[in-house]
Design a protein around this ligand. Structure first.
Ligand SMILES: [Zn+2]
Length: 148
């Protein structure tokens, strides 16, 4: 019998479709808005020495701006801080980061890419793209100037 080697993601994770993240909880807020709680599923490597760590130091909740997924969603990332187990490394702990949410970012890459595509592809003004996605003009401008 052939069995898959990786665990199959649950339905909410498949629908939310944010790479390297899994949905851990969902809620319906007032006015029908939904809250999605996510956790990173990728391995975390120390940014200083590169050693992969699995020993969690602490967690904190970080709100992420993201694209609407079947309507507006509030995304809460349960972000982990890990111990670096390399005894020669000067860092004691480090916070995880992903390709979607690099260090110090507060929005997902897919949101920034979508904002740039809205400005380039449809020729919309930055302010118009910002209001249609419910983000600030500054975020659209920053996504535009730092686009890949
Ligand atoms: Zn390290």
């Amino acid at each position: 019998m052939i069995e898959p080697t990786s665990p199959r993601p649950d339905a909410a994770t498949v629908l939310f479709n944010l790479p390297d993240y899994g949905v851990t909880d969902t809620d319906v807020l007032a006015f029908g808005q939904r809250r999605v709680r996510v956790e990173a599923t990728a391995e975390a490597g120390c940014p200083c020495c590169g050693v992969v760590s699995t020993r969690v130091h602490s967690r904190r909740l970080q709100r992420l701006r993201d694209i609407p997924v079947a309507g507006p969603v509030e995304v809460i990332w349960s972000k982990r801080r890990f111990f670096c187990d390399e005894y020669l490394c000067p860092r004691q702990t480090f916070a995880e980061e992903t390709a979607q949410v690099p260090r110090r970012a507060r929005s997902t890459r897919r949101l920034r890419d979508t904002l740039v595509a809205a400005v380039i592809g449809s020729g919309r003004a930055a302010a118009e793209a910002a209001s249609s996605f419910g983000v600030s003009w500054w975020l659209v401008q920053r996504a535009w100037t730092t686009r890949r």
